[in-house]
Design a binder for this molecule. Sequence first.
Ligand code: SF4
Length: 268
Amino acid sequence: MSVFMTEFKYGGILEGSTEYYEGKKAAVVFMAGCPLRCGYCFSAPLILSSQEWQVSDTERLMEYFERKKAEMEAVVFTGAEPLHQAEALMELCRKLREKEFLVRVETSGFYADALERLLPFVNNVAMDVKTTFHAEKYAQLTGFRGEPATLMQDTYRSVVILRHAKEQRPDLYVEFRTTVIPDVNDDSVLIESIAKEVSFADKYALQQFMAGPTLNDPSLEKLGDLPKFRLIELAEVAARHVKNVVLRTREDGEQPFEATTMANTQQL
Ligand code: SF4
């Protein structure tokens, strides 16, 4: 009997993506479940509805990855929140590294202890920093129903854990992302305060809030997309502290901040 089999829930698997692991072809696993309820979340079916979830186990998923090894050298776990199912994720990441896959995990940073335990088995981590590190504001933006101080403590601790890990292991790729929402966290002082905290990152991505009908909080649709020029202004502020700042927008996907600035200048 196998000792390596933990059940887990997921929404689906995207095969052969080149958008989730820079420079690599990857299988992307959309894990189910999240302790947060961000209004701008477009993964609502993954956080809210168990009817949308598929159930599998780690052994079957590893068999699948091994069959696909010739086509995909990386595996990305995203969500909802992959660390919500920490035991299954740990098993999978450990096995994947043994089989020499590259592994990336995308997280909100809510589960600091689990993140720390997982790090030896990943090559690449992306963490959301949703707003400034202020407990009440963070809890409000993420729809967190527990104690705001606990949310803030654990989320901030994840940043500290990643900073220490990066010092110990420079090859660990660390990315932070902030989705910039009009009139919510669209503020240069706020973005600069985040950029200072994550100055050690390999990449800081400013993501355009994109209005749409599938948002967790449908009332946010009326805000409209954040204008790209505003994202560029904020990127300029962030670039004072992080050397690699990128923009992610509906129209252009991911672009380095420097290239965006040059393109804009040429249009004038
Ligand atoms: S952390 Fe927020 S945006 Fe991410 S999956 Fe959970 S609710 Fe959605």
